[in-house]
Design a protein around this ligand. Structure first.
Ligand code: FAD
Length: 411
């Protein structure tokens, strides 16, 4: 039986980054990916902050465009323009990013096996399959970076994230309307509980999609958005789940969860590459360091790292991004509770040059709480926002409704 200190299941940019970090501790690392390792077809809008690439340890070779602003649409049609002096986000070719990070993992000494699927796992042992060949591998730490419906989570009796948004996106050959900025559409007629987007990507291409609470007919909503706003030829179409709200716990005896499997996704934007990059560094280091201390053994589970040692991972990632994810979760629930008319009035309240300038300059897609903090400390803006929703008693109502809606239909 072969054996490794760390086995990473899932070869997305996040799994590949974790594998590279684990190898940098001196641990022996196997990365398995059931697909072909090219990262195609891409299930992502590919918009990240420049920090996300740094967090993943990636170069800028995947960057297609820099984004300094965009246009936000209220349900009633009001559009507000935001423009910053600096790059707020980049649009990437995610396939290029995946391939870069898998190559970097290989260069760091990780053994990468594509077309290889984990089919069973327990403490100290993982069973992998390539075609018809089945193999048992002794392992001290398994990193489950295997996506929103993680098999590693269920084999280790971890609940994983409990709530999801459903998402669909197309790439279209845009007829004319490819600006430099992103376009975001809010309101229940576009995307109940979230938003729809149009992102300029490769020359003449737009990524148009939406995410919404489960039960929404996202295909019909997307078809309408395309018909009314973006009538270009559809070239590709993907669907996916976006975890909303972290898993209760992300560690077990001999395994830890990472990325979508752990619900490490920003609830306000659905973006998981920055948060996954931050957590991949911690996961790789903790898995590698703790595994090296244990002797590997072919007697299953003898060398596996226990829950207590791996709890360092949960503590450290919670310290770095836990509060921001909790803030995002609360903010999304509150936003979902607003009526279309209230969103319209909030748009009108911020549609003042001075406020828009402040939002554009201070906005940080990885840390929305910083913008909200800076906006709410301005008494004038705070008063305008509060009166837009009908005063303090309605604000209290919204908080109550938002938290009652924790009971959104789980998938
Ligand atoms: C429509 C859509 C748009 C998005 N847009 C953005 C965006 O613009 N910016 C952003 O930051 N985030 C975005 N996200 C979220 C982002 O894509 C995810 O957060 C990120 O991909 C999570 O990476 P992951 O490694 O956790 O999971 P995944 O990307 O799902 O990767 C899991 C990998 O594990 C492999 N795998 C699964 N099971 C096994 C197994 N048993 N054995 C071996 N391999 C296995 C899969 O083949 C896959 O390669 C979007 C998501 C969706 C659905």
């Amino acid at each position: 039986m072969s054996g490794y200190d760390v086995v990473v299941v899932g070869g997305s940019p996040i799994g590949a980054a974790a594998a590279r970090h684990a190898a940098s501790t001196g641990a022996s690392v196997l990365l398995i990916e059931k697909g072909d390792g090219t990262g195609e077809p891409v299930r992502c809008a590919g918009i990240v902050s420049p920090h996300a690439l740094e967090a993943l340890g990636a170069s800028t070779s995947s960057v297609l465009r820099e984004i300094c602003g965009g246009r936000l649409y209220a349900p009633g049609g009001r559009a507000i323009e935001l423009h910053a002096d600096t790059t707020k986000a980049v649009v990437i070719d995610r396939g290029v990013l995946t391939r870069e990070l898998i190559s970097a993992a290989t260069a760091a000494g990780v053994v990468v096996r594509i077309h290889t699927q984990a089919v069973a796992a327990r403490k100290g042992l993982i069973t992998i399959e390539n075609g018809r060949a089945r193999e048992e591998v002794a392992v001290k730490v398994i990193i489950g970076a295997d996506g929103p419906k993680s098999a590693i989570a269920s084999w280790f009796s971890l609940s994983g994230p409990k709530r999801f948004l459903v998402a669909e996106q197309v790439v279209i050959a845009a007829e004319g309307r490819v600006g430099d900025g992103v376009e975001i559409f809010f309101g229940k007629d576009f995307a109940p509980g979230f938003f729809a987007w149009a992102i300029p990507a490769e020359e003449g291409r737009l990524r148009v999609g939406l995410a919404a609470t489960p039960g929404s007919d996202i295909s019909i909503l997307l078809a309408r958005l395309l018909r009314e706003q973006f009538p270009g030829k559809v070239l590709t179409r993907i669907g996916g789940l976006i975890p909303i709200g972290p898993a209760e716990t992300t560690v077990a005896d001999g395994a830890l969860l990472l990325g979508d499997a752990a619900g490490q996704v920003k609830p306000t934007s659905g973006g998981g590459l920055y948060t996954g990059g931050v957590c991949a560094r911690i996961a790789g280091q903790v898995a590698g360091d703790s595994a090296i201390g244990n002797a590997i053994s072919s007697a299953a589970s003898a060398g596996a790292v226990d829950l207590e040692a791996l709890s360092v991972y949960e503590r450290r990632w919670q310290e770095e991004i836990g509060d921001e994810l909790k803030f995002g979760h609360a903010a999304r629930l509150l936003f979902s509770a607003l009526t279309n008319e209230e969103i319209d009035r909030l748009f009108a309240a911020i549609d003042v040059p001075e406020t828009l300038g402040m939002i554009a300059q201070n906005g940080d897609i990885d840390y929305p709480s910083r913008l909200i903090d800076s906006v709410l400390t301005q008494k004038k803006i705070r008063t305008r926002l509060l009166s837009a929703i009908g005063g303090w008693s309605r604000a209290q109502d919204l908080i109550r409704i938002a938290f009652a809606s924790e009971g959104e239909t789980p998938i």
